[in-house]
Design a protein. Structure first.
Length: 318
């Protein structure tokens, strides 16, 4: 698994190991943390290799593999815009390297794509047949267009080499092990609320998003990898329950019993106004839909960040 020490990757490693699989975790730790997979290091079926997928894979360190999950790429705007050229390399050169590894091993391979391929959508909700509305020269395009190119590479390898590929488009996901400083809205709101700081909303707060809890996503990814070979995707994975960002901020303040207030800031370039998946295909093919409610998932995530804060402050409450 590439990106195995990241937020999503660490949960996926954990689940695969619990099912008795042997897992090789590759990560360059650009945006991830070893603390995410520290509890897995003593597992005899877990092998951690520090590696950047933009470079050739280390000969001899990776044995025979039968499945690859490609999760390697910064996923938050703060990180993927910090080095946009590196982001594009990861989604092109890196993806090429991973596909070649899959081809040589005759392994099935899953690409973690994103709802960002839809850009600022003019269709709502978004189905997999929608081609999107992306600014190809904007600040976000290193990620949006990079992921679109990655999907293209996957499909071309499938058509030319018959490679068993799977493509999932992941919508906003949250839960324990999100980085506190990754700039995503739920982690931002929770950290700010626990510190009784202003919750920063970019724009007027009327934009909407839908959020799925990490456990629901992991269930879907594993189901997708086990789906019949002739089902490639792309497949939307997300929660169709839509919420206004201002309402989300107020909910987090309430759940944390915070004294925080809301502060409005200017909206970043090309930030989507609406984002909600149509998951009809996932329901039909995988018999999957999210189970964890927003309130339940938020409380689990709040408890995680609260515990992290107490640990960092020597046991004192944030």
């Amino acid at each position: 698994m590439t990106g195995g020490a990241g937020f999503i990757g660490s949960h996926l490693c954990e689940r695969l190991l619990s099912q008795g699989n042997k897992v090789i975790c590759l990560d360059n730790f650009l945006t991830s943390s070893k603390s995410n997979i520290k509890h897995l290091l003593k597992n005899k079926n877990f092998n951690l290799i520090t590696h950047d997928i933009n470079k050739p894979f280390p000969e001899g360190k990776i044995g025979k593999i039968d499945a690859i999950y490609n999760l390697a790429c910064p996923a938050s705007p703060i990180w993927y815009q910090r080095d946009p050229i590196m982001t594009l390399k990861t989604n092109t050169i890196g993806v090429f390297n991973v596909l070649e590894l899959a081809r040589k091993n005759k392994a099935k391979i899953l690409q973690a794509s994103t709802s960002e391929v839809y850009g600022d959508p003019k269709e709502h909700p978004q189905t997999e047949n929608y081609w999107g509305n992306v600014n190809c020269i904007g600040l976000r395009s290193c990620y949006d267009e990079g992921k679109r190119c990655a999907e293209t590479l996957f499909m071309d390898y499938h058509r030319r080499y018959g490679l068993n590929v799977k493509i999932v488009r992941i919508f906003n996901t949250y839960g324990p092990r999100m980085a506190q400083d990754d700039g995503r809205v739920i982690s931002n709101f929770i950290v700010q609320a626990l510190k009784n700081e202003n919750l920063t909303i970019y724009g007027n707060g009327k934009q909407t998003r839908s959020f799925q809890y990490i456990d629901d996503l992991i269930n879907a990814i594993i189901k997708m990898m086990d789906a019949p070979k002739n089902f490639i995707g792309p497949l939307n994975l997300g929660n169709p329950h839509e919420i206004i960002i201002k309402d989300l901020a107020e909910k987090v303040i309430c759940l944390t019993n915070s004294k925080s207030r809301i502060k409005f800031c200017s909206l970043p370039e090309d930030d989507p106004t609406k984002r909600r998946p149509d998951i009809s295909l996932a329901k039909k093919i995988l018999n999957w839909e999210p189970k964890v409610s927003l309130d339940d998932g938020l409380m689990r995530t709040i408890n995680y960040f609260s515990a992290q804060g107490r640990s960092a402050s020597g046991g004192k409450k944030l």
